[in-house]
Design a protein around this ligand. Structure first.
Ligand code: MN
Length: 585
């Protein structure tokens, strides 16, 4: 059981500040528990709270806050007037696909001659060179990257050498070598003043469309463009790319979800049906767990171009066929993933010394490079430490890295740049390519850095609690009030509450892996559901146990009757006075 012990999460209790709490309750006239959640999450001024609770579309930033926006707009307008071909070059994940679809759709709307190109996820050294050929053969003289390009200075140089102008739109971290081109839109450029540093690739594509719309409307070339109709793509890409759901991104997603519910994109509609999503309520969780994996799968093991086509398609029959094809690739991806995942799990189980280090680095030539990012993310979460998985093909390793907040990645990667062919990404998620002969040195350095930088508590999984909440606080009014905090997702999780309650009946395993619990506090009984917690049934078999539970409340509707149910995230046994006495012989 020592493994289980190690995986026990540490409960981090909320900050308390009763004077500030009272001020919030008074100023905003909101539920005290909701106010405590705001205190716990570090809101420190009325203005911050106001912007968070009542954010609307006019709160989006002015696109011209990107320094190069005017240059980008002018060049595109010139291309429009000269009827030049424009090539959109996008990354092959959902952020890249949605960004590509957004600009292709927008450019068609303003009658530009537009093409797009998405690279496959193979090992070719220069992915842009294929796109360059495509641009040349279609006589494109303007090349716009979305969700990529900032680290491709050398390749961009080749494009420019063919007399093709380049505009880069990207949100990835720049290296010391910035590509030389007409305009670069990236909030992470050192001197960028764009306030939203967490904007994703599709968000920047939207900003470009917004700036072009402003220009065309101001110069009276176009009366009106309904920019809101593009927010479905922005929401889809932002959620899939794990963009923080705060500030501008949260506005994008809040309005984008409404747009998604009534999306006119027929391919997305078909895909939602396959995901069994009802039209009336689509949540970021639905997108992250059902829609994004299907779109990503096609990019990982087949051709991301089909993902973009699904977003753009107008024909219902073709849309249906394409959506089904995506679903099949998703099933295949799951199979490939499970095989590699099981292998890795077994390997760690058989080599427990791996977990004595504060980082994990594993490599193999049997893994499909397209699926390792998914597994890396899971292993990182499961063992709560920086993890790098490298899939090797033809002596070249393609690595995926995920981490915990205490260990940002880019510095470590820069320190090891001499061992790498290429690397890029963010502090929390990155990728690299490496010759296989250098992997062992990288492994030594990576693990050594983690062991030096991290201490024991850093690698303990943590549960951040928002507020202590008794059962009588859990009213339908309260449930209504926490809706103000939606949409929930990355960096804006659903409220996590805690209390002490008595378990009045033995818990029951449901759906083989979940645990249903029956909890009581002061004569009120509430049901709890612990997803994937069936294996913890043994420790709470007894009736009348006093438990400390961490939970998120939900409204459960069954036979038209709504009730409040607790989604149990963790529990601890509180009863300590009835210790089992050791039998003395
Ligand atoms: Mn992205």
């Amino acid at each position: 059981m020592s493994n289980l012990q190690k995986n026990q999460a540490m409960w981090v209790f909320p900050k308390k500040n009763s004077a500030w709490l009272q001020q919030i309750i008074k100023e905003f006239n909101i539920n005290p528990v909701t106010a405590q959640i705001l205190v716990s999450r570090g809101f420190s001024t009325f203005e911050e709270i106001h912007n968070y609770l009542y954010a609307t579309l006019p709160n989006l930033y002015d696109p011209s806050l990107f320094q190069d926006m005017d240059k980008a707009v002018n060049r595109i307008i010139k291309a429009l007037k000269n009827k030049e071909g424009i090539l959109i070059y996008g990354d092959n994940d959902v952020d890249g696909m949605t960004a590509t679809a957004l600009l292709v759709d927008f450019f068609k709307l303003i009658k530009a001659k537009v093409f797009f190109y998405i690279p496959d996820s193979s090992y070719k050294k220069s992915i842009i060179s294929d796109a360059l050929q495509y641009a040349v053969s279609n006589k494109c003289s303007l090349f716009i990257t979305v969700d990529c390009g900032i680290t491709a200075a050398k390749e961009i140089q080749h494009v420019v050498a063919h007399n093709i102008d380049v505009i880069i739109t990207d949100h990835h971290e720049p290296t010391s070598k910035i590509p030389n081109c007409i305009a670069t839109l990236n909030p992470k450029l050192i001197n960028s003043t764009y306030p939203n540093k967490d904007i994703t690739g599709v968000g920047i594509a939207f900003k470009l469309a917004h700036a072009l719309t402003n220009y065309l409307v101001e110069t009276a070339e176009i009366d009106y463009i309904d920019l809101k109709s593009f927010l479905d793509l922005v929401a889809l890409g932002t959620i899939s790319d794990m963009g923080a759901l705060l500030g501008e991104n949260r506005i994008f997603v809040k309005y984008g979800l409404r747009q998604l519910q009534n999306t006119k994109r027929i391919g997305l509609n078909k895909l939602f049906r396959i995901c069994e999503l009802t039209d009336d309520e689509i949540t970021p969780m639905d997108i992250a767990s059902k829609v994004a994996p299907r779109l990503n799968s096609i990019g990982r093991i087949n051709d991301a171009k089909k993902g973009v086509e699904l977003l753009l398609i107008r024909d219902s029959i073709q849309a249906e066929a394409l959506a089904k094809e995506l679903d099949l690739y998703n099933l295949e991806r799951q199979k490939i993933e499970r095989k590699a995942s099981d292998e890795i799990e077994k390997y760690i189980e058989n080599h427990p010394e791996i977990l004595e280090e504060k980082a994990i680095l594993l490599y193999s030539d049997r893994w499909h490079p397209g699926i390792i990012p998914i597994i890396t993310a899971r292993i990182t979460k499961q063992y709560n430490r920086p993890t790098m998985l490298i899939a090797i093909q033809n002596k070249i390793g393609k690595g995926s890295i995920r981490t915990i907040p205490e260990f940002p990645l880019l510095n470590v990667l820069k320190e090891n740049e001499h061992l790498l062919l290429n690397f890029g990404g963010h502090d929390f998620a990155a990728g690299l390519t490496i010759e296989d002969k250098n992997i062992n040195e990288l492994k030594t350095n990576f693990i050594k850095s983690a062991n030096t930088l991290l201490d024991e508590t850093d690698i303990i999984p943590k549960i951040y609690l928002d507020a202590e909440t008794n059962f009588d606080d859990l009213t339908f009014d309260f449930m209504e009030s926490i809706k103000l905090l939606e949409p929930f997702g990355n960096e804006n999780p659903p409220p996590l509450l805690y209390c002490t309650a008595k378990q009045i009946w033995t818990p029951k395993v449901v759906g083989k892996i979940h645990l249903k619990m029956y909890l009581e506090q002061k004569d009120r009984m509430l049901e709890g559901i612990g997803f994937n917690m069936a294996q913890r049934k043994e420790v709470i078999k007894k009736k009348n146990l006093l438990l400390k539970v961490a939970f998120t409340p939900h409204i459960n509707t069954f036979l038209n009757k709504a009730s409040i149910q607790l989604q149990i995230k963790d529990f601890k046994i509180k009863e300590t006075h009835k210790r089992v006495q050791k039998k003395s012989l």
